[in-house]
Design a protein around this ligand. Structure first.
Ligand code: NAP
Length: 292
């Protein structure tokens, strides 16, 4: 790729996702692209479009069976590799020192990249109780240069404390379910207290009526933006890094264009007030949910 071509393709700086910083001072995009259903050439086209629009964080996982798709889009899009965080997740079946390193390497091979940027432990699987062993392997993967950053997903405060107490290494990120029906404000605060960035999965409340909720619609109309933009602006205002998934380029663009929306304290409180004890999109409680 010629430098000229890269420059020609690069969106205006204002359109590229703003950056946050990890506790180690590394740049980290303030919004990312979810990729749950992105596979094959349609998936490559969707991720390529998102990169062209300014997304710089790509969320995938070993169990999504699409690290190849997301990696291919990243390898072929005329976007500087170093500007992008390619994030994947270690499956529960690999919670042992040897297997974890093999699976990180397998993710690397599938992606076709020469390094990963972030590897998360996908779920703690506390009944099995081997997540600390998996974490030690991720620390080693980072030391070997297989990935630049390491983190966790769906970890509760006791899981975080066990990792930190036993290894002395805190995750850069904890990716958890966050949307107005299930805000997890306490867990967000627990992450922040430990210097851990919170990423939010299912930020649009996938499969629920969240985007039709009268409170969401009322606030969207007041700001002349879409319901999806309002719930993403709510995430961003709380300090969460949302990971909306969208295949449609116009939805991708809409979802990225949320950083100028100024919600009032009352509006943030009204959206957080939609929380329900059973608000999870698919009932996955990290205390009991198992993923392999
Ligand atoms: N760590 C974990 O355990 C975990 C669990 C779940 C998800 N995740 C990650 O989080 C990402 C996002 O979560 P999700 O995929 O569950 O759901 P989501 O992002 O909350 O919602 C995705 C749905 O919203 C639609 N959509 C996108 N933009 C829209 C807009 N502007 N207006 C209206 N509808 C819109 C999408 O349409 P299309 O289908 O047409 O694109 C899709 O059907 C995942 O893709 C995955 O990367 C992680």
């Amino acid at each position: 790729m010629q430098d000229d071509e890269q420059r020609a393709f690069r969106p205006e700086p204002a359109a590229v996702a703003p950056q946050r910083r990890t506790a180690d001072g590394l740049a980290f995009p303030a919004i990312g692209l979810g990729s749950l259903e992105a596979r094959g050439s349609d998936g490559v086209a969707a991720v390529t479009s998102a990169l062209g629009l300014g997304y710089r964080l790509l969320d995938t996982a070993f169990i999504y069976d699409n690290e190849g798709t997301v990696g291919r889009a990243l390898r072929t899009a005329p976007v500087p590799r170093d500007d992008v965080v390619f994030s994947t997740k270690l499956p529960g079946r690999a919670h042992s020192a040897d297997l974890a390193l093999q699976y990180v390497e397998e993710s690397l091979f599938r992606s076709g990249l020469d390094h990963l940027d972030l590897v998360l432990i996908h779920w703690p699987n506390p009944r099995i109780g081997l997540y600390t062993e998996a974490w030690r392997a991720l620390v080693e993967a980072r030391e070997r240069g297989l990935t630049r950053m390491i983190g966790v997903s769906n970890f509760l405060p006791d899981h975080l404390d066990r990792l930190i107490d036993e290894t002395g290494v805190a995750p850069a990120v904890n990716q958890i379910e966050v949307h107005p029906y299930f805000p997890q404000l306490d867990l967000q605060a627990e992450n922040a207290r430990r210097g851990i960035l919170t990423e939010g999965w299912s930020p649009l409340g996938r499969g629920t009526d969240l985007l039709e909720h009268p409170v969401v619609r009322r606030i969207a109309e007041a700001h002349a933006v879409s319901p999806a933009q309002i719930v993403l602006a709510w995430s961003v205002t709380l300090g969460v890094i949302p990971l909306p998934r969208a295949a449609d380029p116009s939805w991708q663009a809409e979802n990225l264009d949320v950083f100028a929306i100024q919600l009032s304290e009352d509006e943030v409180a009204a959206l957080s007030g939609l929380a329900r004890p059973d608000g999870r999109v698919s009932g996955q409680d990290p205390r009991t949910h198992e993923e392999f």
